[in-house]
Design a protein around this ligand. Structure first.
Ligand code: MG
Length: 165
């Protein structure tokens, strides 16, 4: 499998089937922040995302945000609001922050899944760390300028991959 292939491709984070993850022995969910949980053009997560996280927590999943965002205060504020552990300055695709996420959540690689909206940060990092990945569609089309460049290659790479709605 390519380092740039997600295990699943789902329309949005709140559409990810938590019962299915649990059945597949997943116990921790590592989550990207920007455009996965919190839209780039907003400060807070949509209600349905918060509700999905609440349900995951109630089921017993360990949750940890792993964000590349350089604004540590923003990352920590979102994490607090959403009741998540958090690691900022993750430098994905480097796999170290995901390893830290495993430590933080106390699970083995096989029990974790990385969820994010970018192939060249989130999915690549997950594959390098040996963690299953779920790619979601970005919540908005607003992106940092360099992310927009990667989106061009991403669109090409995702051609032919069906998204679960
Ligand atoms: Mg993102």
């Amino acid at each position: 499998m390519s380092l740039f292939s997600p295990d699943r491709y789902v329309a949005s984070v709140d559409r990810i089937d938590l019962d299915d993850l649990w059945r597949r022995d997943k116990r921790a969910i590592l989550l990207d922040r920007d455009n996965t949980l919190v839209p780039r053009d907003r400060a807070t997560a949509p209600e349905e995302v918060a509700a999905w996280l609440d349900r995951a927590r109630a089921m017993g999943f360990r949750l940890c945000m792993v964000s590349n965002n350089w604004h540590r205060d923003e990352v920590m504020r979102s994490a607090r609001e959403l009741g998540l552990e958090a690691i900022s300055h993750a430098m994905k695709p480097a796999p170290f922050a995901l390893a830290a996420g495993l430590k933080r959540t106390g699970v083995r690689k096989a029990e974790a899944v990385m969820v994010g909206d970018q192939l060249y940060t989130d999915v690549w990092a997950g594959n390098l760390a040996g963690i299953d990945t779920i790619l979601v569609k970005p919540q908005t089309t607003v992106d940092l300028w360099y992310t927009q460049i990667f989106r061009i290659f991403e669109r090409r790479a995702l051609r032919g991959l069906t998204c679960e709605e």
